[in-house]
Design a protein around this ligand. Structure first.
Ligand code: GDP
Length: 139
């Protein structure tokens, strides 16, 4: 089933000029980048985006990390895009990420782990809508 997922190339990755290499891995996996924008996330945007983690001990650190430099927000489209992207991202903690995944190759730590990908269809919809108008997504 063709679906869409929301992706972020995080500040630790943009700082190391990894956008192109990460995009190559996304495209090689058969996912199409149908919208993409480089932005600086505001404090408010990062707080809203990670609202579900507000009570977690790392929430402050997470918001600080996401606002520490530019990010690339993206919409990816393809067959089973949500699960497929989670698979090529690898585990949250790069020490546990499988060989050949984005996080295994590039992530620095559990916090600075280079990419975000939606974890469910409902969240994908909400996350895409936070950063993109439907008209800016060109499938
Ligand atoms: P994801 O869906 O794989 O991104 O993982 P989660 O939804 O569990 O966590 C969201 C994000 O919070 C992760 O991608 C990390 O950037 C950050 N995070 C998760 N656990 C930790 C932690 O223990 N410490 C820190 N500093 N950040 C964390």
């Amino acid at each position: 089933m063709t679906e869409r997922t929301f992706s972020i190339i995080k500040p630790d990755a943009t700082a190391r000029n990894l956008t192109g290499q990460i995009n190559a891995m996304i495209e090689e996996a058969g996912l199409r980048i149908v919208a993409q924008r480089r932005i600086r996330m505001t404090q408010e945007e990062a707080e809203d985006f990670y609202e579900v983690h507000r009570e977690r001990p790392f929430y402050g650190e997470l918001v600080e990390m996401m606002t520490s430099g530019p990010v690339v927000v993206q919409v990816l489209e393809g067959d089973n895009a949500i699960a497929k992207y989670r698979e090529i991202m690898g585990a949250t903690n790069p020490a546990q990420a499988a060989e050949g995944t984005i996080r295994k190759r590039f992530a620095k730590s559990v916090g600075e782990n280079s990419v975000h990908g939606s974890d469910s269809p409902d969240n994908a919809k909400i996350e895409i809508a936070q950063f993109f108008d439907e008209a800016d997504i060109v499938g």
